[in-house]
Design a protein around this ligand. Structure first.
Ligand code: SF4
Length: 253
C-alpha cells in the first residue's frame, strides 16, 4: 500500500476539515449498496497463502504497490511461508528476495524480528488481536486492521492513502488523521456492509476516485456523491444509472 498522504485532508477546501459526514443514513446506505451491487465479493490485491504470509505481505506493502509486493513475494513465500522457515532463511536472504521493494533493508529486518516474536510469544501463529499484532515490529494499526479484516473477518477499516482521501474528498468520513477517518467511517458504514467496506473504499479510491483526477464518468455513486470535485456532465453516467437500477431492484426484491 502506498504512503499516507501528508496533504491537507480537506481536498476541496484546504485548511477546513469537516467534522461530520455529508450524508444521511439513507444516502450512506445507498452508496454502499451501489458498491455491493457493483462488486459483491471484493478482494484484496496482495497475494498470500496463510495468515502469516498475509501479515508479511502487508508489512512489505508500506510505501510500495501491491503489484510490486506480489512480484517480490512470489518466490519468498514458496521458500518461507511460516515464521520458522523465515527465521531459518535469515535476514540477508530475505533482503535479497525483496530488494525490489522500497525500504527493503528495514523491512527485511522487521520480517525476521516479527517472525521471531511470533514464535516466541504466539507459538508461530498470527494472533487474532489488534494489540498483540501492533506489538510486532513493523506492524501498525493499519496493518493490524488489514489482517484482522482479510484473514479473520473482522469488520475493521484500514485507512490507507486512498481511503483517507476518499473519506475527506466526498465527505463520507472526514477527519484530520487516519484514526479520525477510521472512526468516522466505522460510524458511517451500515452494519451489513461493514465487512467489505474497507475493500470497496480502497478499490474505489485506487481505480476511480483517484488522487490527481477522479474518474467521475466511471463512478457507480456519481449521483450520490457530494464532493465539490465531482465533474459535471450533461447526464448521469451510464454506469451509475445501471448500478442504481440494479441496487434498487435488489432492495425491492
Ligand atoms: S463522482 Fe467523482 S468525486 Fe465523487 S466519488 Fe465518484 S469519482 Fe469521486
Amino acid at each position: 500500500m502506498a504512503k499516507q498522504s501528508k496533504k491537507s485532508p480537506s481536498v476541496d477546501n484546504p485548511g477546513k476539515v469537516l467534522k461530520r459526514s455529508r450524508y444521511t443514513k439513507a444516502e450512506t446506505f445507498a452508496i454502499f449498496k451501489r458498491f455491493h451491487t457493483d462488486n459483491p465479493e471484493p478482494q484484496g490485491e496482495l497475494d498470500y497463502v496463510n495468515a502469516y504470509t498475509l501479515l508479511v505481505a502487508v508489512v512489505l506493502s508500506a510505501q510500495a504497490t501491491d503489484v510490486g509486493v506480489n512480484r517480490a513475494t512470489r518466490n519468498l513465500f514458496q521458500i518461507a511461508d511460516t515464521p520458522e522457515k523465515m527465521v531459518a532463511l535469515g535476514e540477508d536472504k530475505v533482503r535479497e528476495e525483496i530488494r525490489t521493494i522500497g525500504l527493503y533493508k528495514n523491512k527485511a529486518k522487521n520480517v525476521i524480528l516479527l517472525s521471531e516474536q511470533l514464535i516466541r510469544d504466539h507459538g508461530g501463529d498470527v494472533p487474532e488481536d489488534r494489540e498483540a499484532l501492533e506489538l510486532l515490529p513493523g506492524v501498525g494499526r493499519k496493518t493490524a486492521n488489514v489482517v484482522l479484516n482479510i484473514f479473520f473477518g473482522h469488520p475493521t477499516i484500514a485507512v490507507d492513502t486512498h481511503l483517507f482521501r476518499l473519506g475527506n474528498r466526498i465527505g463520507l468520513a472526514p477527519g484530520k488523521t487516519p484514526l479520525d477517518v477510521e472512526k468516522a467511517m466505522e460510524r458511517a458504514v451500515p452494519q451489513e456492509f461493514a465487512l467489505h467496506a474497507h475493500h470497496w473504499l480502497i478499490l474505489h479510491g485506487r481505480y476511480i476516485c483517484k488522487a490527481r483526477k477522479p474518474e467521475c464518468r466511471r463512478c457507480v455513486i456519481y449521483d450520490l456523491c457530494k464532493s465539490p470535485e465531482r465533474e459535471v456532465f450533461d447526464s448521469i453516467p451510464e454506469i451509475a444509472v445501471r448500478t442504481r437500477a440494479l441496487a434498487e431492484k435488489d432492495n425491492n426484491s
